[in-house]
Design a protein. Structure first.
Length: 458
């Protein structure tokens, strides 16, 4: 792909977080950018203000004429778009160059040193931490992130001086197999996306394959004890990490209290005392150890690391505090897999010991709900109170017999409610709350502001 010869880039599925980073990248290169997304959102509105032209109906007539030149137009699509999509079908049948988002990322980063973070969960926060540590240091970096980083209000960071590129390496549809990492991090490999992979073993094998793509002069940093069998080229260095289970890089002397978390970072030939987390939740100790290790291996100094970890504000929707008062706390989190939901709930309970924790959860995808109903129920049973919403379908058609009820019935809590999205506000107005955790990867985030207003009145 020669970016210089392209004049127009058209996105099918423009509002996805990964796609939006590419849109911003091509706009920064002076390219014309247009596209389609199913729903108007704050993100697509921002992209339109930044120079893109995005519409919300699947209609060939809405494709601007400037994007019908096959020689100078690149079409980028997300696998979440159905095969029956009319605009995508038009491009396919008329000889346009069409690429997946992951392929384009692979092309863009082929000639830079990619720091690629993969994992079922933890990858957005870890990659965002790495990007911030590098960006605020003398090293600098570029970054394509899977969340809007609050420090920069963007999911794209660009540098004029650094060839390091931080990438959130997405395993959905085997997207991360298009990358050629200089350094790779694997945070977790709990089975997910079984609608794509079919079996847990096939899912695991995709991570094994990912490790084989690391450059011979590169590094693999892998969470200690996870189920991945690395296939490394000769010359690749391998390190392990964890929060509390040892490994080449790990945390020691963890102190949690008064809304703060401090720990000491320990690695081969390096020890940094009193790391203070800017986003003080327990799971960020583990994410932080991985991020610090990669930053350290790329030349960030201990002083820059301490400052960067404390000033890190986090990506939006990753433990996002909307209310943080003595009598009421509201947190919004992207957790949508049973393992990350469990970590999210345990982190909240650790931070607010003795307080009632109410979870509002929106399951994401019929297939994921069907595959992991038992595990979701186990995680949600850790709450003191549960409000469970209907499934957000995203790209999927309904599966007969698969509703939120199959999770709800297995939750062992007595204090649990199953409701439709439109019933949530009236339920909240009748209840009493101390700590509220809203979680899910669908459109639950669009309800947070209204929930905040209700809780503030209480």
């Amino acid at each position: 792909m020669n970016i210089e010869t392209l004049t127009s880039i058209y996105f099918v599925g423009a509002g996805g977080i990964g796609m939006s980073a590419l849109i911003r990248y091509f706009l920064s290169k002076g390219k014309r950018v247009a596209g389609y997304d199913r729903t108007l959102s704050a993100l697509t509105e921002s992209l339109n203000k930044e120079g893109a032209s995005i519409h919300y109906e699947d209609d060939i007539a809405l494709i601007p004429e400037a994007y019908k030149d096959t020689a100078h137009t690149l079409v980028i699509y997300t696998p979440a778009v159905p095969e029956t999509h009319q605009e995508l079908t038009y491009f396919r049948t008329n000889g346009f160059r069409i690429m997946k988002r992951a392929q384009v990322l692979g092309e863009i980063t082929k000639y830079s040193r990619g720091l690629c973070v993969a994992g079922t969960h933890g990858k957005t926060t870890t990659s965002s931490m790495i990007a911030h540590l590098l960006k605020q240091s003398h090293v600098d970096c570029n970054a394509f992130l899977g969340g809007i980083l609050k420090n920069y209000n963007s999911n794209l960071l660009l540098s004029d001086t650094s060839d390091l590129t931080v990438i959130e390496a997405d395993e959905f549809d085997r997207s991360f197999h298009w990358l050629t990492p200089y350094m790779a991090v694997i945070t977790s490999a709990d089975p997910d996306h079984l609608d794509i992979y079919g079996t847990a073993e096939a899912y695991k094998e995709s991570f094994d394959k990912f490790t084989s793509l690391i450059r011979p002069d590169g590094v693999l940093l892998i969470k200690k004890g996870i189920n991945v069998t690395p296939h490394l080229k000769e010359g690749v260095k391998q390190y392990t990490y964890s929060a509390t289970e040892g490994g080449d890089f790990h945390a020691e002397d963890i102190r949690i209290g008064n809304g703060e978390i401090l720990f000491d970072f320990v690695g081969p030939d390096i020890s940094i005392r009193d790391i203070r987390l800017g986003v003080p939740v327990k799971v960020n100790i583990e994410n932080g150890v991985a991020a610090i290790a990669i930053a350290w291996l790329n030349g960030v100094t201990p002083e820059e690391i301490k400052e960067g970890m404390y000033s890190f504000a986090g990506p939006k929707r990753r433990f996002d505090f909307y209310l943080k008062k003595e009598n009421i706390v509201l947190i919004d989190d992207y957790a949508h897999h049973p393992a990350e939901l469990r970590e999210s709930i345990l982190s909240v309970k650790e931070l607010y010991k003795g307080k009632k924790v109410t979870g509002i959860f929106q399951p994401h995808l019929y297939s994921r709900t069907q595959d992991f109903a038992d595990d979701f129920a186990t995680s949600l049973s850790l709450l003191d109170e549960l409000i469970l919403l209907d499934i957000y379908p995203a790209r999927e058609e309904p599966i007969p017999g698969v509703t939120s009820q199959i999770i709800f019935d297995k939750v062992t809590l007595k204090n649990k409610t199953l409701c439709k999205k439109e019933q949530l506000y009236s339920i909240l107005e009748r209840g009493t709350y101390e700590v509220v955790l809203m979680a899910g990867a669908g459109d639950i985030d669009r309800m947070v502001e209204h929930v905040k207003l209700i809780l503030e009145k209480k």
